[in-house]
Write a protein that binds this ligand. Structure first.
Ligand SMILES: Cc1cc2nc3c(=O)[nH]c(=O)nc-3n(C[C@H](O)[C@H](O)[C@H](O)COP(=O)(O)O)c2cc1C
Length: 183
């Protein structure tokens, strides 16, 4: 197995972080890997926003949590409460990816670069779609877009939490039954 396949095989979603900030050097390397991702027609209709501002993260987390708490279907809210009630799991920083609304697939590919680059550097991570609830039309959606510096017309695409693992988890067992060869 080569180094790339090893990182892919060992990556896992971390949901318990130490209160320790990765260095700017590491964050820059991860952000650079993000913008090296392929995109349709090489449009690169994305931004990579590294968020180290604790207050901003807390504000987004509490806005998204109250959005979840007020949803009729309590499944997701209960799931987060069972995991300790913290949408960001104590992560010290995150990358938020705003995108052109037509570039959702590109956003996914970019985030995959982030998680693999982070994993390869020993930085624990988890993609966090729930951050989008802070942008889901609540009163503070426009405020967060402004504070993060979203370009005009861009929307929240996804985010990735980053930090050092407090609890290490084994990767999920890949289901090779989902693979078929034709011919
Ligand atoms: C688009 C996307 C959004 C996700 N959003 C969340 C999230 O908001 N919170 C979370 O804890 N995990 C989130 N995840 C992580 C998945 O739950 C995780 O990848 C899955 O359970 C498989 O586990 P693994 O990453 O450890 O292999 C997200 C994953 C993807 C691809």
């Amino acid at each position: 197995m080569n180094e790339t396949l090893r990182v892919i095989a060992e990556r896992y979603s971390c949901r318990d972080y130490k209160n320790e900030m990765p260095s700017d050097e590491l964050l820059q390397a991860i952000a650079k890997a993000a913008v090296q991702a392929p995109s349709g027609m090489n449009r690169q209709a994305w931004r990579v926003i590294v968020v180290k501002d604790k207050t901003l993260m807390q504000d987004m987390e509490s806005e998204a949590m109250s959005y979840l708490a007020n949803m009729e279907d309590k499944t997701s809210y209960n799931r987060i409460m069972e995991r300790g009630g913290r949408l960001f799991y104590g992560a010290p920083c995150m990358i938020v990816v705003p995108i052109d609304p037509a570039a959702l697939i590109d956003c996914g590919i970019l985030c995959q670069n982030i998680v693999l680059a982070a994993a390869s550097l020993g930085i624990a991570n988890v993609m966090c779609g729930f951050t989008g609830l802070a942008f889901a039309g609540g009163v503070r959606a426009a405020e967060f877009s402004r504070r993060l510096g979203f370009p005009e017309g861009y929307v929240f695409g996804c985010s990735v939490l980053l930090g050092y693992a407090n609890t290490i988890k084994p990767p999920h067992v890949p289901d090779e039954g989902k693979i078929t060869f034709v011919g």
